[in-house]
Design a protein around this ligand. Structure first.
Ligand code: BGC
Length: 743
């Protein structure tokens, strides 16, 4: 077996066309194609099907089913990629089986959910996105790739670029939030961070844009549930981050579990071939989500798994994750003429092409470097970055009477709440190979920040999610003895992520009762909220003196939170998602339509509720600083522009407070009249500016007709002449505005 592999390599070398040395990304596309074809020609049908099969190892299972004999499958050439296996020794051994024990010796690809860090864990993706800092987010993905590749991996199932406008849906934690533009920016940052400049660099890994498509639009925020949206909503809201990922060069795509208007994504030729490949020119390969081919039977879209496999491959799915449908039935489908050999060959080509690009044919052990595994994981530099990333993701939602930042010399503090001295929850869901036992607790962070003379009184107060009230009195006693209370409440890590939807979004368990009791002492309370999503906490938000949304901050959680509490870092994050007042307002997002009866408090017959205002608790884009920023002098370079002009939008931003700080200046537009109605506001740009106290800077945005384009009444992507409003401000609600005309 081995001989044949060596013979292929030899052929490759002497032919001159397929040199084994040197950067294979440097190979021209034509050279790679020739190399792919040279392998394809040697393959049997079974070996081809093997390349289209992805199985989990028994190391770390992320879904419901398990195969026990995956090692035998590797040796038999029946599997082309493995996921959930990492660690150099383990990966090397599995790779050795593929390379040395199969007839052709084709190397495996090793994939894993490296979502927000590998060993060093950064904030959950929603938290990272709250930084609105694409350079930081890109670097976080870069570091994740360095650590993951040091442990044998070269494929991550990230970024998740699903727009999510329903916080009941637990997977909102894994993405960039509700907005299309921010979602596109984060998609690009993450793809570039993971993939770097060259895929055969052993410190980069191929990314996977998931879950294609519209997974976040699940009805009632229930995971895996039905999606039924218009073509317009699909194209305007859910597809753009995927398109941005393609334009950024993403190497792979993952199909979503849901159906859209009756067609499951995994069998959706329109999505996978017409849009993804023909319209967008995607060149990489498409993998399913975990057993999503098989699930087309339960969807009622295929009568059995064999037919589901035919629908999938004919729709454009290249690789079957864990379902073993291609493995079990594809040969028969070909014999019956249900699937053509050309279709299979094309799918195999895509997978082989990626293996060449990753450098695996040239060195199957390229990512198996023991030294790197020892030296490049959780380094001081990575941990320092994780701390910075985490503090940049923490959103200051309230700061009454400037209670924050607290003095490090404060005489006494009560640190209260089930998440205050908790380590387990801090790294959040999908924390890959992250080791929660290495996370820094909030209490540890506070101890590390304050003066040795500060007296700290800690009380758990209650558990995260049960109805035990017996420790509340201890918390109240401790609160009474302290100058200030830091209350650390929120969700457990398992309450968001996959299959983690909630119908109520208040504080779980009796935490609200704890908060009420502590607040009732009259002591000033500063709340640190940990969660994987926006929570509906109007009561808490009203009564606490200060509120920080810290998401799940990752390995360096405690230090990052303390940096913000004690003013080592002046918070700069902005909400990437709306915080509703109540679940009944969901879906609530800033760029809604106006309706024919926009809300008028004096007119009953307008669009509103009887029992809750229309506006959210905290709007998209919102986030305070320890300083204040004043916006003035909004200027447009013209009152009228035509389709080929650029409109320059200038605004002055001044730091009018006492601390230096960073502001995220946001630009929104509204198209007042269209052949189809347009949202009341759409984010089209943002800049981060750092200002010293008293300093003022002018920020300039550029707008072109392309930024104003949308799918018109004929579904043509174009801008329409007419009146527009530009808004610039520090969040989606408080903006300066000016009109202009597109001629
Ligand atoms: C999730 C994906 C993930 C895959 C592999 C699935 O259950 O939906 O997001 O990448 O498992 O772990």
């Amino acid at each position: 077996m081995r001989k044949l592999y060596i013979a292929i390599l030899f052929l490759v070398v002497i032919s001159g066309t397929f040199g084994c040395k040197g950067p294979k990304n440097g190979d021209t596309d034509a050279a790679i194609e020739r190399r792919v074809d040279s392998v394809l020609k040697l393959m049997t049908l079974e070996e081809k099907i093997g390349q289209l099969t992805l199985f989990t190892s028994d190391y770390d299972v992320t879904g419901p089913t398990m195969r026990e004999n995956y090692k035998e499958d590797i040796k038999a050439g029946k599997v082309g990629a493995i996921f959930n296996a990492y660690g150099v020794d383990y990966v090397r051994e599995l790779q050795r089986m593929a390379v040395e024990e199969t007839r052709l010796g084709i190397p495996l690809i090793f994939g894993y959910d490296v979502i927000h860090g590998h060993r060093t864990i950064f904030p959950i993706s929603l938290g990272e996105s709250a930084s609105w800092d694409t350079a930081m987010v890109r670097k976080a993905a870069r570091i994740a790739a360095i650590e993951a590749t040091a442990e044998g991996l070269q494929w991550t199932f990230a970024p998740m670029v699903d727009i999510a406008r329903d916080p009941r849906w637990g997977r909102i934690s894994e993405g960039a939030g509700e907005d299309v533009f921010l979602g596109q920016c984060m998609a690009v940052a993450r793809v570039k961070g993971f993939q770097g400049n060259r895929l055969d660099d052993p410190r980069t890994m191929v990314a996977c844009a998931k879950h294609y498509a519209a997974y976040g639009a699940a009805q009632a925020g229930r995971d895996y549930h039905t999606v039924d949206i218009s073509e317009r909503t699909l194209r305007e809201v859910y597809l753009p981050p995927f398109k941005a990922a393609v334009d950024a060069g993403v190497g792979t795509f993952m199909t979503s579990f849901n159906e859209i208007a009756g067609v499951p994504s995994t069998g959706n030729r329109y999505l996978l071939t017409d849009i993804l490949r023909k319209e967008w020119g995607f060149q990489g390969f498409v993998v399913t989500d975990y057993t999503s081919i098989n699930e087309m039977v339960a969807h009622g879209f295929a009568k059995d798994e064999k037919e589901a496999g035919e629908l999938a491959i004919n729709a454009g799915v290249d690789m079957d994750m864990q379902g073993a449908v291609y493995y079990n039935y594809l040969k028969k489908s070909i014999e019956e003429g249900k699937v053509s050999m050309a279709t299979v060959d094309e799918a195999v080509r895509r997978v082989l092409r990626m293996k060449f690009k990753l450098g695996l044919f040239d060195n199957p052990y390229l990512y198996c470097n023991k030294q790197r595994e020892q030296n490049e994981i959780m380094t001081t530099e990575h941990l320092a970055f994780a701390r910075d990333m985490a503090r940049k993701s923490i959103v200051l939602l309230k700061n009454e009477a400037q209670i924050l930042p607290l003095s490090k010399e404060i005489k006494s503090l009560a640190v209260i709440g089930p998440l205050a001295d908790n380590r387990r929850e801090l790294i959040g869901s999908w924390s890959a190979a992250g080791d929660w036992s290495k996370a820094v607790t909030i209490l540890e962070g506070i101890y590390g920040a304050v003066s040795p003379a500060t007296k700290i009184l800690y009380a758990r107060g209650c558990n995260i999610n049960d109805d035990t009230v017996s420790f509340i009195s201890d918390a109240v006693n401790k609160a009474r003895q302290a100058e200030v209370v830091i209350l650390v409440v929120g969700e457990a890590h398992w309450m968001s992520g996959e299959a983690a939807c909630r119908s109520e979004l208040g504080l779980p368990g009796v935490q609200q009762q704890l908060a009420d009791a502590v607040i009732a002492t009259g002591k000033p309370v500063v709340t640190v909220l940990l969660s994987g999503r926006p929570l509906t906490i109007p009561q808490l938000a009203q009564k606490t003196r200060a509120l920080l949304a810290a998401w799940f901050p990752g390995t360096m959680a405690g230090h990052a939170v303390a940096d913000v509490l004690f003013g080592e870092y002046n918070p700069s994050a902005k909400l990437p998602v709306t915080f509703p007042r109540s679940v009944g307002q969901i879906p609530i997002y800033y760029n809604m339509k106006n309706t024919g009866r926009p809300m008028d408090p004096n007119n009953k017959y307008t669009s509103k509720y009887l029992d809750v205002p229309n506006d959210p608790l905290f709007p998209f884009g919102y986030g305070l600083s320890y300083t204040t920023f004043e916006y003035s002098d909004l200027q447009l370079s013209a009152e009228k522009i035509n389709a080929s002009d650029t409109l320059y939008v200038k605004v002055k931003v001044k730091n009018t407070g006492k601390y230096s700080g960073e502001e995220t200046v946001q630009l929104y537009v509204r198209d007042l009249v269209g052949s189809v109605t347009r949202p009341v506001k759409e984010l089209k740009g943002f800049y981060k500016v750092f200002l010293q106290p008293g300093e003022e800077k002018q920020v300039t945005f550029k707008l072109t007709a392309n930024d104003l384009a949308f799918y018109d009444i004929h579904m043509k992507f174009t801008s329409e002449p007419g009146d527009f409003i530009v808004f610039v401000g520090g969040d989606s609600q408080h903006c300066l505005q000016k009109g202009f005309v597109l001629e």
